[in-house]
Design a protein around this ligand. Structure first.
Ligand SMILES: [Zn+2]
Length: 243
């Protein structure tokens, strides 16, 4: 925590759990993000009204109370939302930027599509601290947002690109999970590499996506939170990308 004024707010991507505070900061902070973050935030009401009603019906049929509640609330929000009032970033960039604050140099790097197609990570040079946004879930099964350009294979490319640019002793903050280090980040890279390899093997042997998803199992990651919710959808994304 700091008692200094907050001048900049960086959105690592457009998801609600990472941009939900924008409205609070908007009166006094410059909100900065990759071009696609603004694009996705402004498109959200239309996207929700187009895609969520069918998902809501499916959730109701499956008796999934939690998802039904979430989707209903989102639809209600989208009906009332005014695009011009959405607290989207007002300064955007397409590849990278630096912010010089006193003695600190803050590097913001957009990465190849991984969690979404608008991901950025932030590296504080002097402090040797890297914030990965949701390109790093620490011992938590990631969400790969394919409908917003996310990619399983892309996670590997993105992580490799970051590791090449930071010192090996950098502290690494994930979007979800405990603060970690470069070795911890490599564990997520291994998880992604393992699901990509499993999907490629299945596809090469002619296994259908349904059969692959029924059979696939990576016991090494079973104690990660989100395994039951997101593991199969990660595998589905990897299968769709496999050649
Ligand atoms: Zn996210």
């Amino acid at each position: 925590m700091s008692d200094k004024p907050i001048k900049f707010l960086l959105n690592t991507h457009h998801h609600g759990d990472h941009v939900g505070g924008n409205e609070v900061f908007r009166p006094f902070a410059m909100i900065v993000a990759h071009d696609n973050v603004r694009k996705h935030m402004l498109a959200a009401p239309a996207d929700i009204l187009r895609e969520y009603p069918a998902r809501l019906e499916a959730a109701k049929k499956a008796d999934n109370a939690q998802t039904t509640k979430f989707l209903s609330e989102q639809i209600e929000w989208a009906k009332k939302a005014k695009v011009e009032e959405i607290a989207a970033p007002i300064m955007t960039f397409d590849s990278e930027l630096k912010i010089f604050l006193g003695g600190e140099t803050v590097n913001v790097w957009h990465l190849p599509p991984a969690h979404t197609d608008g991901d950025s990570v932030v590296y504080f040079e002097k402090a040797r601290v890297l914030h990965m946004g949701d390109d790093f879930f620490n011992k938590v099964v990631p969400f790969i947002d394919v409908t917003h350009g996310g990619s399983a294979k892309g996670y590997i490319t993105a992580i490799d690109r970051v590791i090449a640019r930071v010192p090996p002793d950098a502290a690494v903050i994930p979007g979800h999970g405990e603060v970690s280090d470069v070795a911890g980040l490599k564990v997520l890279r291994q998880y992604i590499a393992d699901i990509v390899a499993a999907a490629q093997k299945a596809k090469a042997s002619g296994q259908s996506k349904d059969d692959f998803l029924k059979a696939v199992d990576l016991p090494a990651y079973k104690d990660w939170s989100g395994y039951t919710d997101r593991f199969k959808s990660n595998c589905g994304a990897a299968y769709d990308e496999a050649k």
